[in-house]
Design a protein around this ligand. Structure first.
Ligand code: SF4
Length: 342
């Protein structure tokens, strides 16, 4: 039977001495996962910028003057080439993000085609495209989509301070639609938005009490981007972040917990403590939509030092990785864009 996590119970976990909390989370982690294995995903932005939403942390919102390079929908063959590179680098899941409020009907055949082609390569697929109707979710599910990402970001109460163009209930509704159509759920939050500890607790209450908890939970550390309303937010104490990971592991024992945005700003020791706390998934590749991610070489060095393996491959397949770099340079051709007006 599913354990119900209340505000009070989660608050008690947050108040544990850190080392005690880490011992608890690591113990739970080992019961559910191999402690030395990471699930690796690669994320590609298939349509960048000009988003009609107003998420105050996001450089892709059309409302803020940021330095991101806007891009139209990528051509299918460009997407497939990136997926192939990701697979060669050890990723087992290819995630695709588009800066939309929701996908338009004219783009559905393109999205379905991408899913089918990437599945044929032997990778899992994940998409983050904004809100979905039931019919859209059905189409994506029929094409074979494994995961849909739709983050709750923060607590229901604090949400209106971060986004005004949609409601928390809209997010929950899309998550319900995704689940109903048999697609696995990827949903998490961002730490560093100016939220209180109570907001973090309330976010975790929401995630843990969904009808089925998300299989994948990205925990992001805010990347403060110039031009967004959050560019001057206070930095987060790494221990606070580690604490969130550890509590998430305790209350969501069988979900993959992913270190997502902000990993570039963490030193090796902080990342190691996050893995110790129960994080077992990362985005791998030098870019996360529009923000920077650690270099692949640095990641490989760190994973080697920590003795972490990839879920679908072993770190000692580095030669494969270096071959990929060569191929990438050889294939450094001009990007082609998909014409959505056809
Ligand atoms: S987070 Fe997503 S929905 Fe919000 S502005 Fe950025 S791209 Fe748009």
């Amino acid at each position: 039977m599913k354990k119900i996590w209340t505000l009070k119970k989660i608050k008690r976990l947050f108040q544990l001495p850190l080392l005690e909390l880490l011992f608890l989370s690591q113990t739970i982690h080992r019961k559910n996962f191999s402690p030395n294995t990471l699930q690796i995903s690669t994320l590609l932005s298939i349509k960048t910028g000009s988003c009609p939403e107003d998420c105050k942390y996001c450089p892709q919102s059309a409302r803020y003057k940021t330095n991101i390079k806007k891009e139209k929908l990528l051509e299918l063959k460009t997407v497939l080439l990136e997926a192939k590179k990701a697979k060669l680098s050890g990723s087992d899941r290819f995630c695709l993000g588009a800066a939309w409020k929701s996908p338009s009907e004219k783009n559905m055949p393109y999205l379905e085609k991408i899913i089918k082609k990437i599945k044929n390569m032997g990778m899992e697929t994940c998409m983050t495209l904004g809100s979905l109707t039931n019919l859209q979710a059905k189409k994506l599910a029929n094409a074979g989509l494994d995961f849909y990402n739709h983050n709750l970001d923060t607590s229901p109460k604090f949400y209106k301070n971060i986004i005004t163009t949609r409601k928390y209930e809209d997010r929950l509704k899309t998550l319900e639609i995704v689940r109903k159509n048999g697609i696995k759920v990827c949903s998490g939050g961002i730490i560093g938005l100016g939220e209180t500890m109570q907001d973090r607790i309330e976010l975790l209450v929401e995630l843990s009490n969904l009808s089925i908890p998300p299989e994948s939970i990205p925990i992001n550390m805010l990347v403060r981007t110039k031009g967004t309303p959050m560019e001057n937010n206070q930095t987060i104490d790494p221990f606070e972040f580690i604490r969130v990971i550890a509590v998430a592991r305790v209350i969501l024992p069988s979900s993959y917990i992913r270190l997502s945005a902000g990993r570039k700003n963490m030193n090796e020791q902080t990342q190691a403590m996050c893995f110790m706390a129960g994080a077992n998934s990362v985005f791998y590749g030098c870019k996360l939509l529009t923000t920077k991610n650690p270099d692949k070489e640095n990641d490989l060095k760190l994973f080697k030092k920590l003795g972490l393996n990839f879920k679908n491959t072993k770190i000692n397949k580095e030669s494969n990785y270096f071959n990929t770099i060569k191929t990438n340079k050889e294939n450094n051709t001009k990007k082609l864009y998909y014409n959505a007006t056809i």
